[in-house]
Every structure is written in structure tokens, then in C-alpha cells.
Design a protein around this ligand. Structure first.
Ligand SMILES: [Zn+2]
Ligand SMILES: [Zn+2]
Length: 382
């Protein structure tokens, strides 16, 4: 497919976004850069500050047709930029190490594409979502889209994929990326003199038992697919050798390839916590944060993506094993039909969230092409 895209302009945009990296919920400047870019491209409407710093642009075709959305993520990470780039991050201790600067550029590229190849039918919504890394943004954009009464026949999203050939489109039927959530367990006992632990209630043994059993939960329970419970943090008492502790916390990341397994895993993990706390007369409180549902493609959405890619001669690869990381895109399937795919970032590209990672500009075109392929599939462009 001959795109005639102004790639230089898109590369400049990517570098500009990279230099002004902002973490989740602080993406003010990033959103402004996106709005300034979109304003040059005759969007029919631009909504700002949707679900935080989210931006949505609408392009309308001349005739009636289907409405489809393309979603990009705005946020960077709390990772220091240690590589020297002409466009290196100006924000201390923050940089784009997940490639969301590239994802935004690919979706913005659709605006530039539509300037040259006018939309014939239907509606295209370019959705720039804040706070992906914390799992908050997709849910807020869902609410925002509902409040604006925006109906979508399909919503698509992508992530760049290091270790896959550059520009290759990768997708999978069923689970693409895992469900995950952060479990916070607070355990309440009673302090006492360290010489008289019998007068207090220390959470120490319950915490040890919970940590051990929760780590092995996937071995003891029959789940339908891979699950993982990873203890990521714990703290107990104070650094005071005269005091037996009366309070402790454990934080665990729960992960499952299927939403049903996640529900089961939550029940089992909570049962363990309650059992060991009750055995020792401890109180406990359980809460959750950073909740990511599984990112799942239906057979239909997989077929659409495969046909869209091959229809414009992009290399398409069907993935067999899902990714163990999570994407908050999974949230959108609760409201719309969705499709999620990857774009290969090259064998030489460092891993996501690695301090040496930098989104490869050479794959911008493949992302925009795939979006164009999808518009073509839905008969929105010729
Ligand atoms: Zn990330
Ligand atoms: Zn990411």
C-alpha cells in the first residue's frame, strides 16, 4: 500500500513526545502536543480532558458507515533516561520506555493519512488514553465515551513488540495479554515487648504462611491456564529490637490468562489470607489496585485484523502463546467489540521498560498502514 505519509513530520512528533515524557495522570503537556498536531488536520471534533488528560478526535466520512476507534496511550514511566538521544527526555527520572510515544504517533498518523485520503464513509475516532501503566485510563475513557454517547462498532489498539521482526503485525485468537491486579493485604495484630511476645499478636507467622502458600497457589489449585501470584513487597513492624510487631502488609501481584481464572485466583488468595489471620487472632483488610482485565480477541476480531493486514500486504503472524504482561485495553471489551495486535519492534530492540529501550521510528509506518488496512476493511476508505 502506497501511503505517501509525511513520515518526517511523524518522526518529529514522536521525538517531541519523547522529550516531554510524563507519567500517568500528569500527561498535560503530552495531551497539548497531540491536540496541536490534530488541529492541523481538520478533525470534525476534538474533545479534550476526557477521563483525565485524554483526547478524542473525530473524523467523519461524507456517507453513513461504521464507526471505528483507534486507541493510543499517553503515559511514560518512572525510569531514568540513561541513553543519549538528541530528543532525550527532559523530565527528570521519567522516560518513554514502553513506546507509548510511538503508539501516539501511529494513531496521530491516521489524521495525517486522512488528510490525503478523505474518509468516504462512517466515523473514525482517534482515542488518546491517559494512565495506561496504572490500569486506570481505559476505564475512565470508557466512561467518557459513554457520557459523550459515542457508539463504536469496533475499537482497535496495538502495542509495539521487541523481539519480533520490525513491522510485522502479530495477533492472537483468545487471550493476547494477561489479566493482573495488585492485592494489598493489611494485617492487624497487637504489639508487645520483644521479651514477652506472648502478650501481643504478631502477624509474622501468618505473613510467612500466606507468602509461601500464595506463591505456590498455581501448584495446588487446578486452573484452566497459567496463573501466577508474585509477592512483590512486604513489611512488618518497626526496626526496634525491643518490640514484637503488631502490624504487617503484604502486596501480591495476581496474574491469570483468563478472567475466570482470575476470579478463582482472587477467591483462593483471599481464603488463604482469612484462614491464617483467623488462626492467629489477627484482623485483616484486603483491597486491590491496578486492575487489568485480560486483553482478549474474539475469533471475529482476529479474522478482521488478519484480513486487514494481509489485504494491504503487511506480514501477519498468528501468536500461539499469550503475553504474561497486562494491558488495560482489556477494559474496553466490557463496552465495545475490540481487537488488539502487536507491531514487531525488531530483534535488536531492548525489552519494554528496559532503560535502554527507545521506540524504533522505522515501524511508525507499519502501524499507520495497519490502521489504514482496518479502515479499508470496514469500507471507510477506498
Ligand atoms: Zn508499559
Ligand atoms: Zn505499554
Amino acid at each position: 500500500m502506497d501511503l505517501k505519509l509525511n513520515l518526517d513530520e511523524l518522526v518529529t512528533l514522536r521525538h517531541h513526545l519523547h522529550a516531554h515524557a510524563e507519567v500517568a495522570n500528569q500527561e498535560e503537556k503530552t495531551a497539548k502536543i497531540i491536540v496541536d498536531f490534530l488541529e492541523k488536520y481538520n478533525a470534525d471534533h476534538i474533545w479534550k480532558n476526557v477521563g483525565g488528560h485524554g483526547v478524542i478526535a473525530l473524523f467523519k466520512g461524507k456517507e453513513d458507515g461504521q464507526s471505528i476507534g483507534f486507541r493510543a496511550d499517553l503515559d511514560a514511566l518512572h525510569i531514568e533516561e540513561t541513553i543519549h538521544l538528541e530528543y532525550e527526555s527532559k523530565t527528570p527520572h521519567v522516560s518513554h520506555k514502553c513506546g507509548h510515544d510511538g503508539h501516539m504517533t501511529m494513531v496521530a498518523g491516521v489524521a495525517s493519512y486522512l488528510k490525503q485520503y478523505a474518509l468516504k464513509r462512517g466515523n473514525v475516532y482517534l482515542i488518546f488514553q491517559p494512565a495506561e501503566e496504572t490500569g486506570e485510563g481505559a476505564e475512565r475513557i470508557n466512561k467518557g465515551l459513554k457520557a459523550l454517547d459515542i457508539q463504536l462498532d469496533y475499537l482497535f489498539g496495538l502495542h509495539n513488540l521487541p523481539a519480533f521482526p520490525k513491522g510485522e503485525i502479530v495477533s492472537k485468537k483468545g487471550t493476547f495479554a494477561a489479566a493482573s491486579r495488585g492485592m494489598v493485604v493489611k494485617i492487624f495484630g497487637k504489639t508487645s515487648h520483644a521479651a514477652e511476645p506472648e502478650f501481643g499478636i504478631s502477624p509474622v507467622l501468618a505473613m510467612a504462611k500466606i507468602s509461601t502458600e500464595i506463591t505456590h497457589i498455581h501448584r495446588t489449585i487446578d486452573f484452566s491456564d497459567l496463573t501466577l501470584a508474585t509477592v512483590i513487597h512486604s513489611e512488618l513492624g518497626e526496626i526496634a529490637f525491643g518490640t514484637s510487631p503488631g502490624y504487617g502488609e503484604i502486596r501480591v501481584t495476581l496474574r491469570a490468562m483468563r478472567d475466570e481464572d482470575m476470579s478463582f485466583l482472587i477467591d483462593e488468595a483471599e481464603n488463604l489470607v482469612h484462614k491464617y489471620c483467623e488462626d492467629d487472632g489477627l484482623g485483616c483488610e484486603i483491597s486491590y489496585t491496578e486492575v487489568f482485565p485480560a486483553t482478549i480477541n474474539s475469533e471475529e476480531s482476529f479474522d478482521i485484523m488478519q484480513q486487514a493486514a494481509t489485504g494491504i500486504d503487511l506480514n501477519f503472524k498468528e501468536l500461539i502463546t499469550p503475553f504474561k504482561w497486562s494491558e488495560d485495553f482489556g477494559q474496553y471489551k466490557l463496552q465495545y467489540k475490540t481487537g488488539f495486535f502487536g507491531v514487531g519492534a525488531g530483534d535488536d530492540c531492548p525489552h519494554l521498560h528496559d532503560e535502554f529501550y527507545d521506540f524504533p521510528d522505522s515501524i511508525i509506518e507499519s502501524g499507520v498502514q495497519m490502521y489504514a488496512g482496518l479502515m479499508k476493511y470496514f469500507d471507510l476508505i477506498d
